[in-house]
Write a protein that binds this ligand. Sequence first.
Ligand code: FAD
Length: 476
Amino acid sequence: MKSVAIVGGGITGLTAAYRLHRKNIPVTVYEAAPRVGGVINTERREGFLAESGPNSLLETSPKITSLIKDLGLENRRLYSNPAGNKRYVVRGRKPVPLPGSPAAFFTTPLFSIGAKLRLVAEPFIRRSPESLEESLAQFVKRRIGAEFLDYAINPFVGGVYAGDPERLSVRQAFPKLHALEQRYGSLILGQFLGARERRRRKEVSKQSAKQLSFDEGLRVLPATLESILGDRVRLGASALRIQRHSEGWKLGVREGGKEVESGHSAILFTGSTHRLADLRITTPEPLDVGMFSEIHYPPVASVALGFRRSDVEHPLDGFGMLIPEVERFHILGSLFSSTLFPNRAPDGHVLLTNFIGGTRSPDLALLDLEEMERLILEDLGVLLGVRGKPVYRHCVVYQKAIPQYEIGYSRFKDRMSELEKRAPGFFLAGNFRNGIALSDSIVAGHDAADRIEKFLGSRENPPDSATLTDIPPTTA
Ligand SMILES: Cc1cc2nc3c(=O)[nH]c(=O)nc-3n(C[C@H](O)[C@H](O)[C@H](O)COP(=O)(O)OP(=O)(O)OC[C@H]3O[C@@H](n4cnc5c(N)ncnc54)[C@H](O)[C@@H]3O)c2cc1C
């Protein structure tokens, strides 16, 4: 059997490749970059271990737990420090802990009495019509009020999506939240009632899932997958053209300065959507992928800074702090990385990972490093009492960081489903379709492998000849 081509060696592509490989289905991974992992990017230098992409993985699904076990990584897995359950949100130019219990909720200074009473009324707010596509901001204002939008949802969305709740679609970006309202008529009631169903599916909600990393950071995961897949992974290999032909698929790739073509039984695309829009796809029925270039990916800079412990006043006793837009700082938030996992900073030092840019202020992600660092230090000085200069810095700018599931995103998802239907054997999976968290990408890769296995099994019934004649290599 010809191998399945996996375009993209990020975590989605590698997970899919590994699962197919375990099922004895041959695979070839084509990765444009000189290394695997996609946005996962760990650096160990001068005693610091910095993550510029994802910092932790949420163990939301048994598929993630099994992957770690199958890879033999259980003894390298690190669960986050329990102190990491404490999260700060900035209010009145000070980090204030998010309440961790119902009792703490009623006493926290983070929300006014009016906002707390408004929350209590949530179960009595009517659900919206199913057909209405609301922004996250509209949804939150309607159900729990404007103060929760400003001081809970806005900073949270800045931290997770680097996005804007006014633009994100609640149905697409937070489908579980939307489903809670539709199903139970209330987010609060749904939280309790939905827990039973999750337990039945052996799933864990993102709020209560354990956070993990590895002794040498998240790069351990893609690096281990790469070492198992061996020469099935081709680095510096950028997919350019895809063509359906009589025996399956041909993939045109630029590799080592040359264009090469190889035959495959199926193709799974896991790259970003602007790269998908650039692909030339030739199939019996024209497939228009141009619209995918419209998907918004804001730039984000991740700036890890190491300090002497004595230069930081704040106890850093938590996961980090998120900053609401109304508080008017430059950064979106800061992770207390050396609190979260051990060995992230040398003795007597701390590591803070700061994010800047996103939909809120894209230009800030594109400043030169010196100016960016000046603004970050200004914020950290006010918020965490950081006084000295950093002794370590590591900055990575993601020009197109995270796909934004904004209002109208369903048209992109519908087109993805249509493509798969009209081009059997061509599959799409990744953070542009299946959720933006690392955990979502692992589950997406796992599930894509199962869909491909099913397709290859069903090919024993040959498709009709009209769709399988060789097609001249013109762009559709
Ligand atoms: C700054 C940042 C912080 C984040 N923090 C967290 C976090 O703390 N927790 C969390 O759960 N999630 C986090 N995320 C999100 C999460 O990391 C990603 O959504 C997830 O890792 C995406 O994996 P992927 O494989 O789908 O895509 P990617 O990692 O983008 O991988 C796609 C790969 O495809 C390759 N590619 C693209 N086109 C082609 C082509 N034509 N030919 C060959 N190769 C191609 C690319 O080079 C890339 O390596 C963060 C993301 C960013 C950017």
